[in-house]
Design a protein around this ligand. Structure first.
Ligand code: MN
Length: 310
């Protein structure tokens, strides 16, 4: 196949790294979150061709809208959940006995390890807006004891045109106090003009737009993710608005992801499903719900297989 462009792009001769590296835009899909009055979320990861960015393996945007979030107790294994509200408050309760509110600028980080369960409910009427992400645990930590952390104050990296609140891992010399199990970065960016973020060339990166912003010379619409690959020493930003930088060491394992579980094989996922359905102590109990819980869906009729990179 030949290049059909009548005026080939001269920027290929440019020396900026941005012009040579990958920049692939991923579109979110609408997913009902479950429950009778289901809240709809926009899921941009995982999707075909993009199972992970570093150890980040799941990314939902919700709101801003007035709908209530009512996610009853449900289980997780093999991952960390990262809850990052942008507006509104969320009430988190889990099987470790945690019972906390999380507000904008604060991080809830729950490490599922071998098994945990939790509920998340929005609190007051008013707009709810936020992000929910999962981080895959490396194989040697995948069955660790569960844990929960809340961080109400997070460090900020600042450079001309951008401030970045570092929720997970490190950006330049700024490191989040949250426990990460792989080399990773997650940072909420407030872009106020042309900016350059330093990143590690040996890590892969992606930027989710919260507001429309320019990333590596591309317009990124809200809730879309621009995948930037590896090999960049910097990420160029421009515009006015918020975005989320994700990155990390490319994840070495192929993951089997099904429902709320991250694992490495069908049998591991099937065992977790059976344990939840049997109310096995592995997942504990979330206080305050009188036993109400989200039942596991049926497994598909075929063996679950890993999500593969394109
Ligand atoms: Mn959850």
């Amino acid at each position: 196949m030949s290049n059909l462009e009548t005026s080939p792009d001269v920027t290929l001769c440019h020396t900026e790294a941005d012009d040579h590296a990958v920049a692939e835009l991923f579109t979110p899909r609408a997913v009902p979150l479950g429950g009778l009055r289901a809240m709809q979320v926009d899921r941009v990861m995982p999707q075909r061709g993009l199972p992970t960015v570093g150890a980040w393996c799941f990314l939902d945007s919700f709101g801003p809208h007035e709908a209530a979030m009512r996610v009853l107790p449900h289980p997780h294994i093999g991952l960390q959940t990262v809850t990052w509200p942008l507006a509104g408050e969320i009430h988190h309760r889990d099987s470790l006995g945690s019972d906390v509110m999380v507000r904008p600028g604060q991080l809830n980080l729950m490490t599922a390890g071998r098994g945990v369960s939790h509920s998340e409910l929005s609190v007051s009427p008013g707009p709810l807006h936020g992000l929910q992400l999962w981080v895959a645990l490396p194989a040697e930590r995948a069955t660790m004891e569960p844990d929960f952390e809340q961080h109400v104050s997070l460090p900020v990296y600042a450079a001309p045109g951008v401030t970045a609140t570092v929720l997970m891992g490190s950006l330049a010399d700024v490191t989040s106090p949250a426990t990460a199990h792989t080399p990773i970065v997650g940072a909420e960016l407030t872009v106020t003009g042309a900016a350059v973020l330093p990143v590690r060339p040996d890590h892969e990166h992606a930027v989710l737009a919260i507001d429309p912003v320019r990333v590596a010379g591309r317009e990124v619409p809200p809730r879309h993710l621009l995948y930037l690959g590896t090999g960049r020493a910097e990420v160029r930003l421009d515009g006015q608005g918020r975005a989320l930088l994700l990155g990390g060491e490319p994840f070495p394992d192929e993951l089997v992801m099904w429902w709320n579980f991250v694992g490495r094989g069908h049998d591991e996922i099937a065992a977790a499903r059976a344990a939840w359905e049997a109310a096995d102590p592995r997942f504990g109990e979330v206080a305050g719900h009188d036993g109400a819980r989200i039942p596991a869906p049926d497994l598909p009729g075929v063996r679950l297989t890993p999500r593969r990179r394109r």
